[in-house]
Design a protein around this ligand. Structure first.
Ligand code: GLU
Length: 296
């Protein structure tokens, strides 16, 4: 399905995994939440492979993610987006910001950046070139509190300045840039993702403002934790899902989301389980306190 600028989109959601390993229960739970929210709202849902960081990527992970989602009944009728195809769009956006005086090159090594990764040595005044330097956007800081559909009012820290990297010195686009450009280009209206990304939202909103784009709605759902209370991830020992156990995996994801499906006969395939979950969909409760201000 093509997405032309004349499309009026009421609801378009997305799942945007980085192909750094196979899907595990945590990522399945996020994928399912975004899918159910889109279906419940009679919206569209798309899959975007965030393959912009080759050093972190694992061979075959992208294909395994696509196959795993399909085995679990999570498929889209919109063509899958691969970020590696969008390099030029990211470069053009950087150029646009540089021309408008809204981005500058920075030579500071990491040890010279502050705890938020900002440049504090005035590189914006130095007129540096691209070679071996990071490109930073001068982000506007006006009123970036936002209403999250799960967390309610999220109060973001007041800052005197912010400048985040949008293009890396190793010549790769930064997540901040790619995620915003693609969500804008794909006309994503609703982002449902893990609450480990809650703290990224302020900078993303600032970039929407800089690009004069309307931001989507956000719903950050509590990520699945392991036994030690850490986010389930490859680094914390999460194992890839077994596609032959799709029904059981979905049942566990549904349980994590706290969904009650009512007393009907048990579903015997992923599609019918998902159809029931759509009927009973509601966003989960937040894990952190509502209105809590986010660190970072
Ligand atoms: N690619 C990011 C990840 O796998 C998610 C990006 C997003 O949902 O905004 O953590």
């Amino acid at each position: 399905m093509s997405m032309s600028t004349t499309d009026v989109v009421r609801y378009r959601g997305r799942f945007a995994p980085s192909p750094t390993g196979p899907l595990h229960l945590g990522s399945l739970t996020t994928a399912l939440a975004s899918y159910l929210d889109a279906q419940y709202n009679q919206g569209q849902w798309l899959l975007r492979l965030e393959d912009i960081d080759p050093p972190r990527e694992v061979d075959g992970a992208a294909d395994s993610i696509i196959k795993c989602l399909a085995s679990h009944g999570l498929q889209s009728n919109i063509a899958t987006i691969w970020q590696h195809n969008n390099w030029q769009r990211y470069r053009d956006t950087c150029q646009q910001l540089i021309s408008a005086g809204q981005a500058f090159y920075c030579e500071c090594p990491r040890r010279q950046q502050d705890e938020l990764g900002r440049c504090t040595s005035g590189c914006y005044k130095k007129n540096l070139g691209a070679r071996n330097n990071n490109l930073r956007a001068a982000l506007p800081l006006t009123d970036l509190n936002f209403i999250d559909r799960v967390y309610g009012l999220v109060e973001t820290p007041k800052r005197t300045f912010d400048n985040a990297i949008i293009w890396r010195r190793d010549d790769l686009p930064a997540y901040l840039l790619a995620v915003v450009v693609d969500d804008v280009d794909s006309k994503v209206t609703d982002i449902v993702r893990g609450d480990d990304l809650l703290h990224e939202t302020q900078r993303q909103l600032a970039l929407y403002a800089l690009l004069e784009q309307r931001p989507p709605r956000f719903a950050h759902i509590p990520v699945v934790l392991n036994e030690e209370g850490k986010k389930l991830s490859k680094q914390t020992g999460a194992t890839g899902l077994d596609n032959t156990q799709a029904l059981e995996n979905l049942q566990r994801a549904i349980q994590h989301l706290g969904l009650e499906l009512g007393a009907q006969l048990p579903s015997d395939n992923p599609q019918s389980l998902i159809a029931r979950a759509i009927q009973h969909w509601r966003l989960p409760e937040p894990r952190l306190q509502k209105g809590q201000s986010i660190i970072n």
